[in-house]
Each structure stands twice: as C-alpha cells, then as structure tokens.
Design a protein around this ligand. Structure first.
Ligand SMILES: [Zn+2]
Ligand SMILES: [Zn+2]
Length: 145
C-alpha cells in the first residue's frame, strides 16, 4: 500500500510540474520527497545535506533552483523570516506554524482555521485585510533539554 501511495504522489507531482512546463527530475523528486517526509520545515541547507548522500553531484545552488521550480508549480511554499534563512513547506494551503526561538525550526500548528478569536481582531478604519499569519513562538523540546 505504501509503495502505491508513493507512486500516486509521484504522478501527482509529475502532473503539477508538467502544467508549468517543468520536468520531473530525480533531483526534484528527492527534494520533494525529503520535504514530505520531515516533520518540520527545513532550510535549503538542511535539504541539501539530506539529499546529498543520494545525489552526490548536487550543489546547494541546484537545491535553490529546484526549490524555485517546485514553488512555481505550487507544490512547495517558501516561508521567509527576515534575515534568517527561508524554510520550505510541502503544504501550500493556509495554515499556521510554531517556531523555535533557539534552533529556528518551524512546524505546522494544528489549529482551526477562522477561529472565533480571529473575528475579534479589528484593524484600523479603512484597512483592507488580504491575509494574515499566525505564528506561535517558543522553545522546542530539544532546545529545552
Ligand atoms: Zn529548538
Ligand atoms: Zn507548514
């Protein structure tokens, strides 16, 4: 069953890339599969270190290029944090995150969309809301040890 699921995911990925005229290469598959297999949202550097054993000739610059291609095809999203390294997320839907202030790792936060408290938020008069972000900051279990 697990193998079949992987094939279906691969096919969905191939189609999403094809729509944008992007080829499904072994590098893109490796980046995508690493992203879908990790619990947190890694940096490009972490992705590089993780896929390098499988693809020894890959460079960090190539990782960035592959990530940009996957973002263009809307199968990966990029999370930016000012001066800190961007992180990459396999989810492209609207959702929330928790972020560790010590190690910088980012995880998905399981919260209900459009929670009641959000309706209480009142921006200043004339302000048109287009989007919002919610991030819970703290220290992860590993950093608290
Ligand atoms: Zn941490
Ligand atoms: Zn996420």
């Amino acid at each position: 069953m697990a193998a079949k699921k992987k094939i279906n995911e691969r096919e969905a990925l191939r189609q999403a890339l094809h729509q944008q005229g992007v080829q499904l290469t072994s590098q893109r598959v490796a980046v995508f599969e690493y992203l879908s297999g990790v619990e947190h949202h890694p940096t490009a550097e972490e992705i590089y270190l993780a896929v390098k054993p499988k693809l020894p000739r890959i460079s960090l610059a190539t990782i960035y290029k592959n990530l940009e291609a996957l973002i263009k095809c809307e199968v990966v999203s990029k999370l930016t944090y000012g001066d800190a390294a961007a992180r990459y997320d396999i989810r492209t839907d609207h959702h929330y995150h928790t972020r560790c202030l010590s190690c910088g790792k980012v995880w998905d936060l399981n919260a209900v969309e459009g929670s009641a408290w959000l309706k209480q938020v009142k921006p200043q008069a004339g302000f048109e809301v287009k989007d919002y972000r919610l991030e819970i900051l703290g220290h992860c279990r590993d950093c608290r040890r």
